[in-house]
Design a protein around this ligand. Sequence first.
Ligand code: SAH
Ligand code: SF4
Length: 393
Amino acid sequence: MTATAPITQDVLTIPRKAPEGAKNLVGMTRDQMREALIEAGTAEKQAKMRLNQVWQWIYHWGVTDFDVMTNLSKDYRKLLSDNFVIERPELVTKLVSEDGTRKYLVRIAGGHEVEIVYIPEEGRGTLCVSSQVGCTLTCSFCHTGTQKLVRNLTAAEIVGQVMLARDDLGEWPEPGTGTGEDGPRLLSNIVLMGMGEPLYNFENVRDAMKVCMDGEGIALGRRRITLSTSGVVPEIARTAEEIGCLLAVSFHATTDEVRDKLVPVNKKWNIEQLLAALREYPKATNSERITFEYVMLEGVNDTFEDAHRLVKLLEGIPAKVNLIPFNEWPGAPYKRSSNNRIRAFATILMEAGYASPIRTPRGEDIMAACGQLKSATERERKSRAQIAAEAGL
Ligand code: SAH
Ligand code: SF4
């Protein structure tokens, strides 16, 4: 395969249908919302002010009901409620792990389901957001990759995940009681590390993250957002330019032979092409290092030679390495490397000057750990043999 192969997969983005044609205001960019307000009858002269007011109600105060927008006249509130809704995806189930991790299963248009994970940590809380239903990329160690049905999420469905988590955490400020910005935030970081390949759904992910970064609303700084890609090379530079967030790469192997099996997109853009794109990532500096994710699979990618090769490959890239002990799922064709092996691997990286934390799996008891996400409705399992065959094992 060549780098000129089409990069946008043939997956549909189906906007959620609101009742009686009313449009969902959630997920619109500022420009889109301004236009929508004008189209619904807002006077052009007032559009900027109205946009600011409505935006604040939705994204700063988190309200879902036009009636509580008390700085708007009754008539204008009626105009809004006749034309629009403020909707999040529908919460189906919520599971809370022994370690405090929360997993939400939500339903979106078409009856599809996606999972979102909230991971509380000392002084911060990270929301792991999905960008697609399933994933077309079939990485052989990833549960999501075994899901057959795939569709892109709309910007509304991506922003909606953040809003739904803030609803559940009770994190919207109470009108009249200040802004709630003085304490540590419960939801302080977003990682695009849920289901799907975010760079195969670039525009929707970009628009959604812009909404989350907007200072008049959810207001998460760009450095609080990390986008993880399996290596969609042509979209990497655009990520820096158009989103400006931090970047993580699912690297997972040190030779093309092994990476072709683990992360099949490597057949389209190999290690050399990927590293060249990362060297050029304009945001990569020592304070904004690129995270290399490396899943530890026993006997597959965890040798000392691998560790030394990895060090060589990283040369010249401000990087840190997240070592992820493999999380098992039913029928998975791999085993987790031993703790000793993972520690020895980490030591080699650290001695070469790379921070290389070993991730503690979070929420394993509720199948919320990395790579375990898969919509319940799509959980028709492939057999172990089928997965192994597809992985070329
Ligand atoms: N599709 C994007 C975003 C998913 S991020 C990507 O692949 O980068 C989720 C991270 O968990 C990725 O690095 C992924 O490779 C890793 N992962 C997938 N399955 C895993 C598993 N079973 N155990 C540990 N990590 C896994
Ligand atoms: Fe898709 Fe990422 Fe899973 Fe690969 S690791 S199948 S790219 S979600």
